[in-house]
Ligand binder design. Sequence first.
Ligand code: ZN
Length: 255
Amino acid sequence: MPLYRDEAVVLRVHKLGEADRIVTLLTRRHGRVRAVGKGVRRTSSRFGARLEPGSHIDVQLYSRLPEGQAAPGGRRGLDVVQQTESLGAFGASTASDYARWTALSAICETAERLTEEGEPVLRLYLLVVGALRALAAREHHSSLVLDAFLIRAMSTSGWEPALAECAKCGEPGPHAAFNVAAGGAVCESCRPPGSARPLPATIALMAALLGGDWVTADASGDAERREASGLIAAHLQWHLERGLRSLPFVDRARA
Ligand SMILES: [Zn+2]
């Protein structure tokens, strides 16, 4: 720094004044970074189209902070985008397909909420790039790509749901009950009141998504896909609300 280069995924974009944009990037080596793209909304801009949500880019940034110096309050402030090269226009190639576009948006939003500014998270970065690439390539159903991303992202954050053993006592499964607050599948003696009783195929699908077993995941039926989506979303929401309670942006949490 102050000039540095990195690979990044554009997570979020918003307008700044007449022609500029503020972009939230998840970079490979510098974690989450907020930066200004100057003039990107002018039609003549050289890199405007590359600063869209879901774009995978090689980017050169200018930081006002000298190397190693933390900003007051731990926030880095805004860097400035100097130059970009496209590595994959995943946003542009999914924008015409509503289901894929909403999956891409959910992946970007979750990645932002699971990261802190300036803290590198290589495993999560690679998961984001892999998920966006799979959406753009139409390799699997978009809801499966999203759920695989979410359950694996939770695993990198230390919130992997128990699927084989009981989340409380470790008793080997499979177990019929699932409880988000308890941490996943639970045995009959540990099962808290009000636990869900998902289809056995639902737990198998969640294990396949976590382990990257796409043969099993692609062969799954609608009922277990719906149920797995609900359990994964509930598990993520539960942990996000508790994990981020002390952070200022927690009020953006969806109900
Ligand atoms: Zn148990």
